[in-house]
Write a protein that binds this ligand. Sequence first.
Ligand SMILES: CC(C)(COP(=O)(O)OP(=O)(O)OC[C@H]1O[C@@H](n2cnc3c(N)ncnc32)[C@H](O)[C@@H]1OP(=O)(O)O)[C@@H](O)C(=O)NCCC(=O)NCCS
Length: 271
Amino acid sequence: MYLKESLDNILAKDPAARSRLEVILCYPGFHALFFHKIANALWKAGFRTPGRLMSHIGRVFTGIEIHPGATIGRRVFIDHGMGVVIGETAEVGDDCVIYQGVTLGAGAAARQGAMSRDTKRHPTLGKGVIVGSGAEIQGAITVGDNVRVASRSIVLKDVPDNSVVVGVPGRVIYRNGERVAPEKPQEDVPDIEAQAIKSLHSKLSELECTVRDLKGKLKQQTKELEQFKDKVCPELTLDINDPANSGINSSVDLKSVDQDPVDVFLQGAGI
Ligand SMILES: CC(C)(COP(=O)(O)OP(=O)(O)OC[C@H]1O[C@@H](n2cnc3c(N)ncnc32)[C@H](O)[C@@H]1OP(=O)(O)O)[C@@H](O)C(=O)NCCC(=O)NCCS
């Protein structure tokens, strides 16, 4: 029953899978969960070291590390799997998909060492969660049902059901299919790249204002020059709309602030 369900689940979810035999022979995620079943049974029966050993053998064999104490639901699919780490108190709901390089880690609790032993330190994933490659979900947080976590995101806070989370730190950008307005910045986790972009963006805006001022002044002066020229030497022609005369290259596109992609990014980043 377990075998059939697992094999059919992988066949249904992975377009690359062609047959049950192929899955049995070539799918490390399938192997890792099989090892985990045994390791978890040993762990629950109180055989802690044999449980750890079984988990370790699974890791050597597959590149996927699942602590024997972790709770894994039905029809979970670990695709490719290399580098996946699932911590002791992590819970993974039914029908989740986890790609390579994902960590379900203990976050700050890892630093507390033995003091945090036997406490809930790792995340809980609801049902149908998809965690993209290289994403990190850290701490005893809850990620709701049907959440999708983008590749390389770092999720440090609870995520409501039916959301899409992206970025470092992870932010909800879609909830129930609707785009979410930017949230307040997470002050406890500095977003260094976004801050740098914000600072560059404000400097760029200042420069754009200065250029606009200069352009205005130059136009004014050119007009005055035109008037002066009309009085002194009317036969001379001077086209003030010619960029060569205004001194400003009109091909420089001073973009509308609303459509600036940097603005769009900053809004998405919530800063
Ligand atoms: C994150 C994910 C789950 C969202 O899927 P989705 O809901 O179908 O939507 P999209 O892929 O269109 O992405 C939704 C938004 O997130 C953005 N996004 C997706 N991945 C992102 C990432 N890693 N970092 C930042 N933004 C990302 C998209 O640009 C899009 O933004 P937009 O709506 O402003 O255009 C999907 O991109 C995914 O599954 N990624 C991981 C896949 C993976 O790891 N595959 C490994 C196979 S080997």
